[in-house]
Design a protein around this ligand. Structure first.
Ligand code: TEU
Ligand code: CA
Length: 580
């Protein structure tokens, strides 16, 4: 098939695999994953069949937020290796036909970045205006400076930190060690474009852009109404999508992205589909795709004061409504990035499937089938292809993530939640679920390290590991491998239009157990259709669907046989229809 017969572009086709380098593979026994470790596992990723790797940050960082606080954008974190190690990784990946996307974290830097060290040294330092400084709006009776507004940072109580030396506050939407850059300063923007060119000229293939929709702030700095009403664990959503964000992204595109064959995805908390079209619209010249957060909020606490912290199951009807809205609202105009989990989210199988010994494998395959069947770019987070699960640690101290510690202090400290409840919430919703080391084998430390891992392993590694998965033709791994192959072999997987399906028994809107949708071919795949059916429950159910015209074949299933309208627990299948 020639490129011109396709109705989608090359960048819409790949499957992306996210690596969290700290937890992927240690090569030197210090307990920390590193670049040579990743290079040694490239054959594993080639076997899985992924097209692109997204590397979470590998730059110099004091690791307040594990690399999302960068102190030098052009240097490799010494714990991860050297620039030579990076060049080797890039070259070996390219030899295997795998592209590398870098994490671009430019809403903020580390407070140890030289720009910030300079900026805070005096009010007239040339770097001062690289960051956002504000005078106090007054002083308390005790003489404490009062910050410009009530914004709550993601990882500390206030988004404003007082800098006594120069007597001003600086803004940090995340931790105090992550000061926000001032994108309204054109020099800052040029600095960012420069460092992007540095990596692109090295040959990297794209960027995942961290919280890129936070870069423009409302100059009025209005109070966050949710905080004022006593709710919310941070002001991230409120600060998002500021007045000049689209100008800046269009400029970035003109100055940098348009000159390279790149893949881009923006991480964009707090976006509606209307915003989504502004960021990813094919005619907009901004980003190719985005990570929206709406479906990540599907199991948020009904009490808004508790934010995401919860341990109650989601409702499939909400999930279908959200995913369908994103599919339909962007259809033909923009492109989704689809994900069940990442380094900030709990494990997919524990959250949306069933991680019991009985149903873990089958439900992990079901989730993969649903995600890879959707239009958009599928993202796989390391270990998802093994069906890795959430973890429960006994002690708060066993968790590393600064968000867990900050939100514990906010919620238990204020009396909103008690200790035991919060520990349950952390095990269900905390970011460290994703960050326990990759489980390679049933050997000591799961083959991740010969030393002591920086974060404890999930105790289920003797049962759940890559070696066992590779030896078992019925593993989650081979199911994912097959899903990726299907995408490569059947253009309709990429191009087909999406439609949520009712069954004869119950409408899609009311069905809390089954998710079914149709993909309809267009252009050169006209005459083809895909039917994707997934049972999200442990019940056996009957569902029949109006089938498209043509001869039917079963492309993939997580059961060895097809029981027709009978759906067994967590059964998922994709049929291909071909009109003659
Ligand atoms: O996350 C952005 C973000 O919105 C986070 O608040 C995230 O949603 C939250 O952790 C989920 O509870 C990005 C990175 O992915 C994250 O790892 C960083 O900590 C954060 O930005 C700051 O760079
Ligand atoms: Ca190491």
């Amino acid at each position: 098939m020639t490129e011109t017969t396709r109705t989608t572009a090359w960048w819409q086709e790949p499957v992306v695999y996210q690596i969290y380098p700290r937890s992927f593979q240690d090569s030197n026994g210090d307990g920390i994953g590193d670049l040579p470790g990743i290079t040694s596992r490239l054959p594993y990723l080639a076997k899985l069949g992924v097209d692109v790797i997204w590397l979470s940050p590998i730059y110099a960082s004091p690791n307040d937020d594990n690399g999302y606080d960068i102190s030098d954008y052009r240097a490799i974190m010494p714990e991860f290796g050297t620039m030579d190690d990076f060049d080797t990784l890039l070259a070996k990946a390219h030899e295997l036909g795998i592209k590398i996307m870098m994490d671009l974290v430019v809403n903020h830097t580390s407070d140890e970045h030289d720009w910030f060290v300079q900026a805070k040294s005096s009010r007239d330092n040339p770097y001062r205006d690289y960051y956002i400084w504000k005078d106090p709006v007054g002083y308390t009776q005790e003489g404490q400076p009062i910050p410009p507004n009530n914004w709550v940072a993601a990882f500390s109580p206030s988004a404003w930190e007082w800098e006594p030396e120069t007597q001003q506050f600086y803004l940090h939407l995340f931790s105090v060690k992550q000061p926000d850059l001032n994108w309204d300063n054109p020099t800052v923007r040029q600095e960012v474009y420069d460092l992007m060119r540095f990596w692109l000229d090295k040959g990297v293939d794209g960027f995942r852009m961290d919280v890129i929709n936070l870069i423009s702030k409302d100059p009025a700095y209005p109070d966050d109404p949710q905080v004022a009403a006593g709710g919310g664990t941070d002001s991230i959503f409120f600060a998002a999508n500021g007045p000049r964000v689209h100008d800046y992204l269009a400029e970035m595109n003109r100055e940098v992205l348009a000159h390279y064959p790149v893949i881009t995805v923006g991480e964009t908390p707090g976006v509606t589909t209307t915003d989504g079209l502004l960021y990813t619209g094919f005619d907009r010249g901004e980003l190719q795709t985005l990570f929206q957060f709406e479906h990540m909020g599907v199991d948020a606490n009904p009490n808004p004061a508790l934010g995401k912290w919860n341990d109650q199951p989601f409702d499939l009807r909400d999930l279908k409504r959200i995913l369908s809205k994103w599919q339909l609202d962007l259809a033909g105009k923009g492109w989704n990035a689809n994900y069940w989990n990442n380094h900030d989210q709990p494990r997919a199988v524990s959250r949306f499937g069933n991680d019991s010994a009985e149903y873990r494998v089958i439900s992990a395959k079901m989730l993969g089938t649903v995600l890879h069947g959707l239009p958009g770019t599928p993202y796989i987070y390391q270990g998802e292809e093994l069906g890795m699960t959430n973890v429960f640690f006994e002690q708060l101290e066993d968790y590393n993530d600064l968000e867990i510690h900050d939100h514990y202090a906010k919620l238990v400290g204020s009396g909103a939640v008690d200790h035991d409840t919060m520990m349950r919430y952390i095990s269900a919703s905390g970011r460290d679920n994703a960050r326990t080391p990759m489980q390679w084998s049933d050997q000591e430390q799961a083959g991740f390290t010969t030393g002591t891992p920086w974060l404890a392993l999930n105790p289920r590694y003797p049962e759940i590991n890559a070696e066992a998965a590779l030896a078992d033709p019925n593993s989650v791994f081979y199911h994912y491998q097959k899903l990726i192959t299907l995408r490569h072999e059947h253009p309709i997987m990429v191009e087909g239009d999406y439609q949520l399906l009712d069954s004869a028994q119950v409408s899609a809107e009311e069905d809390a157990q089954v998710y079914a949708y149709l993909r309809t071919g267009r252009g050169h795949t006209a005459g083809q259709a895909l039917l994707v059916v997934a049972n999200f429950s442990d019940q056996q159910l009957e569902r029949s669907f109006q089938e498209p015209a043509g001869s039917r074949s079963l492309l993939i299933s997580n059961y060895p046989d097809d029981a027709g309208d009978t759906l067994r627990p967590y059964e998922a299948k994709i049929y291909l229809y071909q009109a003659s």
